[in-house]
Design a protein around this ligand. Structure first.
Ligand code: ZN
Ligand code: ZN
Length: 299
């Protein structure tokens, strides 16, 4: 079978793994110049994908989280308060504990996710590599498939997340992510690996059901990684129907509200929606009380 890829360009998961195989593993590890992807065994492909997914996620986590932490948690405004309304009340070891758990989880989750990417490389999903030749094709690539990806994954993540709060799953799996009520950007990957993997499955299952261009798929997964960091930084714009950091903060303080990922629709239908702007630290009273949650009740 012809390898469906943009060999050497490093675009998409398949292109990047081929780039690693050709320019790093073959050339520097084995001293080979020719590129023979059909000769690579499954274990080699798996190890390359696992390594790539781990490094890719580490780059995202260790570049963006410290930056967001500095901008919103360390810096002070004119009143001497930080922008995230974070008052370190959950112990000075919170951040380091979150980083330790995230490093472990990212490595394990990348290993559990690599088989999905092996199936992508093998051409067993509905991912396509050629650019469209019709206006309808371009519409599907740029609008249709991203919208369907959002709706499909938002629906699945909502129900998986609700299931993870069931008493049989909460204590053994999801409780680890709820250790701290006041989240930081570093909380974004602080999961039990099975928890993070389960919530990540819809993104990969999508391409078994719906066609998606391979660059769109790569970008979608990168955006999911960014969004996960975004909803844990406690700082948000008030955008109608969007499940932002304020909503997810209330999920961490209230436990039974705001299970959504990008939108609030499923929380509204499922009667689990809580307006974060009625609770500390986002309510008017709380804001007037300066950075604290003591003037208004937490949800
Ligand atoms: Zn939860
Ligand atoms: Zn969370």
């Amino acid at each position: 079978m012809e390898v469906p890829t943009v060999i050497g360009l490093g675009l998409g998961f398949d292109g990047t793994s081929n780039w690693i195989n050709k320019y790093l593993v073959d050339r520097y590890l084995f001293g080979l110049d020719e590129f023979r992807p059909e000769a690579y065994g499954i274990m080699r492909k798996f190890l390359v994908l696992w390594t790539f997914l781990t490094i890719f996620t580490f780059l995202l986590y260790f570049s963006l989280c410290p930056l967001v932490y500095y901008l919103l948690y360390t810096r002070r405004d004119a009143h001497g308060k930080n922008f995230a309304s974070w008052d370190r009340k959950e112990g000075k070891d919170q951040v380091i504990n979150e980083i330790k758990l995230s490093v472990f989880s990212i490595i394990v989750m990348a290993g559990m996710t690599a088989p999905f990417e092996l199936l992508v490389e093998a051409g067993l999903t509905k991912i396509y590599w050629d650019l469209p030749t019709t206006a309808l094709g371009w519409f599907y690539l740029t609008v249709g498939s991203p919208l369907m990806f959002l709706l499909f994954s938002d629906t699945c993540v909502y129900w998986i997340h609700r299931a993870l709060h069931h008493r049989l799953l909460y204590a053994p799996i999801h409780k680890l992510h709820h250790k701290y009520k006041e989240t930081t950007p570093f909380s974004s990957y602080a999961f039990h690996p099975l928890d993070g993997w389960l919530q990540g499955c819809p993104y990969h299952i999508f391409v078994f059901i719906f066609p998606m261009h391979h660059i769109s798929y790569f970008c979608a997964l990168a955006i999911v990684g960014l969004w996960t960091i975004n909803i844990h930084d406690r700082t948000t714009y008030r955008i109608p129907f969007i499940n932002g950091a304020a909503h997810h903060t209330i999920h961490h303080t209230g436990f039974t509200y705001n299970y959504g990922q990008y939108f609030v629709f499923w929380d509204i239908f499922g009667a689990t929606f809580k307006d974060p702007y009625s609770c500390a630290p986002y309510s008017q009273e709380s804001r007037a009380g300066k950075n604290g949650s003591r003037e208004t009740k937490s949800c």
